[in-house]
Design a protein around this ligand. Structure first.
Ligand code: FE2
Length: 288
């Protein structure tokens, strides 16, 4: 396969644990993705259970929706989008936090965007041997209410042995300090995995965090550097790299698309929250 990254870019990725690639996606591709995401939200009907009244029931329904979303397309609301009676406190379009987690396989626009020769080349250039597309998210980071994503390592949520998860994050709109851009801890991928997010076992609807190493993650914002990037930029993130994004306090949204990939040869444990049914296997990164 043709090398797409320069040797300097590959070195940068291995040294810092991330790589910023400007102009990876065209303006037209970004617009097409944004419109497809907005159409998914437009057609989305929140589940009837949303109208149940107790907080406990809301949590249980949210958890079930989350665990089922690994092989489907689901819209997740911002925390606080519902009041105590289960009623939306904002418009549906402005209450959605993200869409996940399999539109890269189930939606033609996202599939075309995700399975390209260029992305497969980048994955190979940074050392992935046989990259499989595991999980996709479209993140809205809504004006004024788009929530913080606390400092984390992606391998906590998408674990393989050895660790191979790699994030490909695309700015669909400009990401700035004001609207909650990504922040990363340079070199932090050369430290241990701190926690592991797992299915808690029977009954299958529960999840839990196991602490593997109690060393604190870098503390935002001082221990991280901001990645302010224009729309069309791709940021590649090593699965052990601590990263964070702040609340969006601006009047502008900060849409992003992310695709997480793993290597086919690594072991993917059954305790991972994301499980695909046997009739929906993962697909290799390659031209669609
Ligand atoms: Fe992440």
């Amino acid at each position: 396969m043709t090398q797409l990254l320069s040797d300097e870019q590959v070195d940068h990725y291995h040294r810092d644990g991330y790589l910023v690639i400007p102009d990876f996606a065209s303006a037209a591709a970004c617009t097409e993705l944004r419109e497809a995401a907005e159409a998914i939200v437009d057609e989305f009907v929140p589940s009837a259970q949303r109208t149940v009244f107790t907080t406990d029931e809301q949590v249980r329904v949210s958890n079930d929706e989350f665990l089922a979303s690994g092989s489907g397309i689901w819209c997740f609301f911002e925390q606080g989008a519902f009041d105590g009676d289960g009623r939306l406190t904002t418009s549906k379009a402005l209450g959605i936090n993200k869409i996940g987690h399999a539109m890269h396989d189930l939606h033609p626009v996202f599939r075309r965007f995700s399975y390209t020769a260029d992305l497969a080349a980048v994955a190979t250039d940074i050392g992935m041997v046989d990259p499989l597309a595991l999980q996709s998210m479209y993140i809205f980071k809504q004006p004024h209410i788009g929530g913080e994503v606390s400092c984390h390592q992606d391998a906590t949520f998408l674990y393989t042995d050895p660790i191979t998860v790699t994030g490909f994050w695309f700015a669909i709109e400009d990401a700035t300090l004001d609207n909650g851009c990504l922040w990363a801890a340079p070199g932090g991928h050369r430290t241990s995995l701190r926690t592991l997010f797992k299915r808690a076992g029977a009954p299958a609807s529960g999840t839990k965090f196991d602490v593997l190493d109690s060393t604190a993650l870098p503390r935002p914002p001082d221990d991280l550097v901001p990645l302010e990037v224009p729309a069309g930029t791709m940021v590649v993130l090593h699965g052990l790299l601590p990263h964070w994004s702040d609340v969006n306090r601006s009047p502008r949204s900060r849409h992003a698309y992310s695709l997480h990939c793993i290597d086919a040869a690594a072991d993917y444990p059954s305790s991972n929250w994301l499980q695909r049914p046997p009739d929906r296997p993962l697909n290799r990164l390659a031209a669609a």
